[in-house]
Design a binder for this molecule. Structure first.
Ligand code: PMP
Length: 394
């Protein structure tokens, strides 16, 4: 079996982590891997998470199976958190999944049962894993225009033109907020327009929301997904708790489906659970129970929301200071987009050669497409990074 195999291509971020670790320069800066880092460079366990975890360990009485949909209290709390009052509960169902990735895979499997081999349109660029993930489920992938590397903004007219051409047999994947990798997002008015177009074409919408609360706040970041949910007869949402609860390795996500009515929602949900059964049977409970405890406890929830605000404000501060540092050094507004972007990433739009030069000459590590992790920078290294960036881009 194995003799004919060739090595799988190495994941670029994993390779970058190894290169960074081997770099002996004290001044090196890691802007690669997609995890949040605080001012000290740590990826902390949130205090609300630590408390909920403690409570869970003390109070848990059994390790028996949870069921294919996982933790039901978690699913209900996540539907409330993401969808608010945009949709009546008889039309929406949620299944806990191993991370946002697991939620995406469940939905992709479901869509391939509903419409085998349908095309999923992905933003250009998108989170690289969207492509193999959709293809592994049997779906085809194509792209729609999204990011203008010259201006750092969304190519909104081109995006709308592409949406207009999609049909009711197609699927479009939209990033709910904090677009990865670009950091460029839709305004509320643009979400309204996108909703109007997909409502007209009947194109199926899948929203991937992996950074809720990392942009402008929990409510503001949910504007687009809620607008779509309140308008469209059916759609799907893949939510992740990896970033906003800092639960990365616990693998916590939720796949939500919305049907035109209760009966359709129930049938669709049974197919979603079949996908879970075929993939892994049941999701791990630990992280989901932590999220359930936090979202259902007023004190812990308040603590979590405050901590999430600090995380968000930390990234916005770095963005503003970096844009200002670049304005001073370049004597231009060319990097002002950094302050306008939201979420953990920004795509700088510089060539791969320049990304290499940043690494070689200045010890700055970022992914080859020039995606930088804003949180990886930290306030104390802004000047050092701005000096390097201005040198390579001049
Ligand atoms: N979607 C996007 C856009 C992401 O950036 C990520 C995380 N990198 C995910 C989904 C999935 O995250 P996880 O499986 O770790 O919850």
């Amino acid at each position: 079996m194995f003799e004919t195999l060739k090595p799988a291509p190495q994941d670029k971020i994993i390779a970058l982590i190894a290169e960074y670790a081997a770099d002996e320069r004290d001044s090196k800066i890691d802007l690669g891997v997609g995890v949040y880092k605080d001012a000290t460079g740590n990826t902390p366990i949130m205090t609300a998470v630590a408390k909920a975890e403690d409570r869970r360990v003390k109070e848990q009485t059994t390790k028996t199976y949870v069921g294919m949909a996982g933790n039901v209290g978690f699913n209900n709390a996540m539907i409330d958190l993401v969808l608010g009052d945009s949709i009546s509960r008889d039309r929406v169902r949620g299944a806990q999944a191993p991370g946002g990735t697991g939620a995406l895979r469940l939905i992709a499997d479901l869509l391939d049962v509903a419409k085998p081999g349908a095309t999923v349109y992905l933003s250009d660029p998108t989170w690289p894993n969207h492509v193999p993930l959709m293809q592994a489920a049997g779906l085809k992938t194509a792209t729609y225009p999204y990011f203008d590397a010259e201006t750092g903004k969304v190519k909104f007219d081109e995006l709308c033109a592409a949406l207009e051409k999609m049909t009711a047999d197609d699927i479009v994947l939209l990033h709910g907020c904090c677009h990865n990798p670009t950091g460029a997002n839709l305004t509320n008015e643009q979400w309204d327009k996108v909703t109007e177009i997909v409502a007209k074409t009947g194109t199926f919408v899948l929203v991937d929301i992996a950074y809720l609360g990392f942009g402008d706040g929990l409510e503001a970041d949910a504007y687009g997904v809620r607008k779509l949910a309140s308008t469209l007869p059916e759609m799907a949402v893949a939510a992740s708790c990896s970033k906003n609860f800092g639960l990365y390795r616990e693998r916590v996500g939720c796949a939500m489906i919305i049907g035109a009515n209760e009966e359709v929602a129930n049938i669709t949900f049974s197919q979603l659970l079949s996908a879970a059964r075929a993939n892994y049977s049941m999701p791990p409970d630990h992280g989901a129970e932590i999220v359930r405890i936090i979202l259902n406890d007023d004190t812990l929830r308040k603590e979590w929301e405050e901590e999430l605000s600090q995380v968000r404000n930390h990234m916005v501060t770095i963005r503003e200071k970096l844009a200002e540092a670049m304005r001073q050094r370049s004597n231009s507004a060319d990097f002002d987009f950094l302050a306008e972007h939201r979420g953990m990433f920004s795509l700088l739009g510089i060539s791969q050669d320049k990304v290499e030069q940043l690494k070689k000459d200045f010890g700055v590590y970022m992914v080859g497409n020039s995606r930088m992790n804003i949180a990886g920078l930290g306030v104390d290294k802004i000047d050092q990074f701005a000096d390097a960036l201005v040198k390579v881009t001049r």
